[in-house]
Structures are given as C-alpha cells and as structure tokens.
Design a protein around this ligand. Structure first.
Ligand code: GLU
Length: 288
C-alpha cells in the first residue's frame, strides 16, 4: 500500500518555523517512502481561521517549496460528515449533552482538580447522570450544549475479555521509538467531541478526515502525542482504520517555550519580508 502523509495546519494565525519543520518533515518522509503528500486546512474554527489567513498559509507553504496534491481538503466544507459521525456516536450512546459552563466545571471540580495531559481540569461528570427529562427539555428549548464522550462508561469494557485480548494501542515511530503504545483515554475524562459553537471538535474532525484522506502516517508535533489516545478510541467507535503515528519534538524558542502563535513567534512571512530565503529556512531546519 502506498503510504499517505498529510500536513494539517489550523490557520488561526500565521505559520512559523515550527509549522515549517512539521510540513517539511511530512514531505520528506513521503518522498523517501515513495508516498503521497496531502494538505488539509483545519479551519473548523471559522471565527479565528479567516479566509485571509488560509490564503496566507497556502502561500507560505508554497514559498517554502512544498508541493502537495490537489484538491486541498478544507474542514469547513465537511460539516455534514462531522454531524453524521456525531449522530452515530449519539445513537450508540457514546456521547451525552453537557450544559455546563467553564465556571460550573471549576466549581463542581472544587479543590480536587484532577488534570488531563494538557493541564485542563478533568470534567467532573455533572451532566453524565442528568435526568433524561431535564435533558429532553433543555434540548427542546435550545439550551447551549456541547457533547462529551462517555469515557467512563466505555471503561466498562474492562469487564469484557475481548478488551484484554485486543486492547487499544497505536504504533509510534517518532521520538526515537518504534513501539506499540497503549492508549489511555481515561487520562482525559469525558472530553468534548462536539463543541458548543461548532458541530465538531478537533478530535472528531481529525480522525474522520485522516480516514477520508486514506492517511497511513500521521506525522505531527509531540504536543498531540497524548491526544492520540482519544483518537484511537474514536477510530475504534467509528470503525476507522488506525494510521501509524510519528510524533516529532517541537521546536522551542530561546526561553525553552514551545513556538505557538500565542507567544508571538516570528511568522515565516516576516522572515521573508526581512530578506531571508526559503532555502535558508530549510537549511536551518536541517532539510538541505
Ligand atoms: N491542526 C492541528 C494543529 O495545527 C494539527 C492536527 C494534527 O496534525 O493532528 O495543531
């Protein structure tokens, strides 16, 4: 089977050298394995991913010297597929509506705030046991709500001998590994699968689109390493294949912080305006 790689940026800011590294690594791994290189624009957050930022993202990647197959998959065009998948999770009883605000969650969690691998407070489960009549009425009046994965319910698999014979794992080839890693979705608690403001979440969209695009190798930053546990669980529930995962170390700034738009790391286009060439960027990142 021909390997399929993808770079999947979220253009809610301009691309920086961290993105350039990830994109160039994907393209190189595709080239060296005789595989395909696809691009996916993860613009589900239509407020933050403006058409101009999407345009600039494509321009920056082309400037870097990358070539990808057309058409580019745009997540904002895929809403119906996300709704259908959420419906099937709902029909299977795997997700439940959550009417809590952030304030409710922090209050309900109290002092005993267990945190997920990203440092957010684990959802205390308030809406998991809501009275069905309450839910029916709240949905009928259009109360704002997200949909959460019933991870704790799924852990009842522990009673199932088939689970022990065939536990959820993934193959990890990044960070110096070539190993089978056990998925640990319980570390996340009941994560949001459909956001309040949009009909999907990053987790749901990413697994559906990797499957749609036939991605065999997911190469991405190690900030998403732990999210793979949730992705494997969703792939299992939705009957989707599991790609091989390769998480690479993130490029850090001088203070050792990860480069992200929030710390105002220098956009690629600023380097370009300053006369730095794409070849210099590629060379600095070890690709020439
Ligand atoms: N869109 C995500 C980001 O820019 C990456 C998604 C992925 O590679 O799984 O952080």
């Amino acid at each position: 089977m021909q390997p399929v790689f993808r770079f999947a940026p979220s253009p809610n800011g301009h691309l920086h050298v961290g993105h350039a590294y990830s994109a160039l690594l994907n393209a190189r791994m595709a080239r060296e394995s005789g595989g395909r290189f696809l691009l996916r624009i993860e613009d589900i957050d239509t407020m933050r991913c403006t058409p101009q930022l999407v345009q600039d993202c494509l321009e920056d990647l082309a400037w870097l010297g990358l070539e990808w197959e057309e058409p580019v998959l745009r997540q904002r065009d895929q809403t119906q597929r996300y709704k259908d998948a959420a419906e099937s999770l709902r029909a299977g009883g795997h997700i439940y509506p959550c009417f809590c605000t952030r304030g409710h969650i922090l209050k309900a969690a109290g002092d005993n705030q267990v945190r997920d691998p990203e440092g957010s407070v684990i959802y205390p489960g308030t809406c998991r046991y809501r009275d069905p009549e309450f839910i029916r009425r709240a949905l009928a009046v259009g109360a704002p709500h997200a949909w959460r994965l019933n991870v704790w319910n799924l852990l009842s698999w522990l009673d199932d001998p088939a689970f022990w014979n065939n536990p959820l794992t993934w193959r990890e080839t990044g960070l110096g590994y070539d190993e089978t890693i056990p998925a640990e979705p319980s570390r996340w608690g009941d994560v949001v699968i459909v956001r309040k403001d949009i009909p999907t979440s990053y987790h749901l969209a990413v697994v559906l689109d990797d499957a749609l695009q036939g991605v065999t190798h997911v190469v991405r930053g190690d900030d998403l390493y732990h999210a793979t546990s949730i992705h494997r669980l969703l792939q299992y529930l939705l009957g989707l294949p599991a790609p091989i995962y390769h998480h690479h170390a993130l490029i850090l700034d001088r203070e050792g912080r990860k480069l992200s738009k929030s710390v105002m790391s220098t956009p690629l286009r600023t380097f370009r305006a300053d006369g730095i060439t794409a070849a210099q960027i590629r060379q600095k990142l070890g690709f020439e």
